[in-house]
Design a protein around this ligand. Structure first.
Ligand code: ADP
Ligand code: MN
Ligand code: MN
Ligand code: MN
Length: 355
């Protein structure tokens, strides 16, 4: 743009409960931006986002990560922000600063993540492709399907994939899912803060492009009741010792420990996840725990390739589509690399699976 001015889209998470929603607004700043420090702090009215009361409503936006804006292009940018209180301390809804501290503490273990984001595309109040009355044909042909009447929403899905690539996100693929109207994309492999910030930006891009395509994604773990697959956020995870020779033993030890801390983990794995994790549709009930090689009915799957090579990663199949990656990565790192995850340390977790 002219005069060295660029558009910076400031993106943050609001105070919605039980699941935060994305918010954003545009600031015209001096560009081009070369580093994070070039992007100024900003503020917003927290009383409109469930983050403050009307009397004392200013919250601050602290830029923490940015990418090129793949929609407006040029020098324009998308900026992921942490929310701070007016005095500069982290806001109670700011989960990122907790992950930042945990990631730094255990950085010598070099944790990597790849998150599979499932979602359901809606048009008005039913998933894309669903009839106005009744149901579509039963599940079977839709997973990785192709053809008119078999998949719905591909123009948006492709535009989203291209936008993520143009933004430089570590997006690794996309596929149509088991339920009609359901899709998936994967972000990673990347470190904990990177994968989390990128997942939020990828979700923002999907919501934003959906405005142009007349569809919107829902991250609901069980959007359609009955014999229809839920939507998950399988989280693939490894540390350096897991990726090295003999890593399979470290992976098995980690699975045992994840079993011990299963209730603590489930508390932050997404609101409404108990409806999805019922024991069918390639899930294990949230009340049980098991891990297994190549087992898509387990809580944790050790991929075949990892078992064959004797090193690699594990797939935590429990997180729901509405997961907060800052919380999931914190939980996995603390249980694997530290003493074990406790959501009470951070005031996290609305759902108690032991009840
Ligand atoms: P699925 O067979 O479960 O559908 P996907 O291909 O959708 O698997 O996703 C696999 C994910 O695993 C990708 O996001 C990828 O980045 C991630 N991944 C691969 N290797 C590792 C690793 N060593 N550590 C962590 N994640 C990994
Ligand atoms: Mn997948
Ligand atoms: Mn999937
Ligand atoms: Mn998976």
């Amino acid at each position: 743009m002219s005069n060295g001015k660029i558009m910076a889209e400031y993106i943050w998470l609001d105070g919605r409960k039980p699941t935060a929603k994305l918010r954003s607004k545009t600031k015209v700043i001096n560009g081009p931006v070369r580093k994070l420090d070039d992007i100024p702090m900003w503020g917003f009215d927290g009383s409109s986002t469930e983050q403050a009361t009307g009397h004392f409503s200013d919250c601050m936006l602290k830029p923490v990560y940015y990418v090129q804006d793949p929609i407006n292009k040029g020098d324009n940018i998308l900026v992921m922000c942490e929310v701070l209180n007016a005095d500069g301390t982290p806001h109670v809804t700011n989960n990122r600063h907790i992950l930042a501290a945990v990631a730094e503490k255990y950085q010598d273990q070099e944790p990597w993540f790849g998150i599979e984001q499932e979602y359901t595309l809606y048009d008005k109040n039913k998933p894309l492709g669903w009839p106005d009355n009744g149901y579509p044909r039963p599940q079977g042909p839709y997973y990785c399907g192709v053809g008119f009447g078999e998949v719905f929403g591909r123009p948006l899905v492709e535009a989203h994939l291209k936008a993520c690539l143009d933004a430089g996100l570590a997006i690794s693929g996309t596929n149509a899912e088991v339920m009609l109207g359901q899709w998936e994309f994967q972000v990673g492999t990347a470190g904990p803060l990177e994968v989390s910030d990128q997942l939020w930006i990828a979700r923002w891009l999907l919501l934003r492009l959906g405005e142009d395509y007349g569809a919107y994604p829902k991250f609901d773990p069980k959007p359609m009741k009955g014999d229809w697959n839920g939507a998950g956020g399988h989280t693939n995870f490894s540390t350096r010792p897991m990726r090295e020779t003999g890593g399979i033993e470290v992976i098995k030890q980690t699975c045992e420990k994840l079993g011990q801390f299963r209730n603590q983990h489930m508390r932050v794995y997404g609101a409404g996840n108990d409806e999805r994790l019922w024991g069918g549709h390639e899930t294990m009930s949230y009340k049980d725990f098991k891990y297994g090689i190549s087992d898509r009915g387990a809580s944790i799957r050790i991929p075949m390739d990892t078992a064959n090579k004797g090193r690699g990663y594990l797939e935590d199949r429990r997180p729901a589509a509405n997961l907060d990656p800052y919380q999931i990565c914190t939980a996995l790192i603390e249980t694997t690399c530290g003493e074990g995850f406790n959501p009470d340390n951070y005031g996290w977790g609305n759902f108690d699976p032991s009840k």
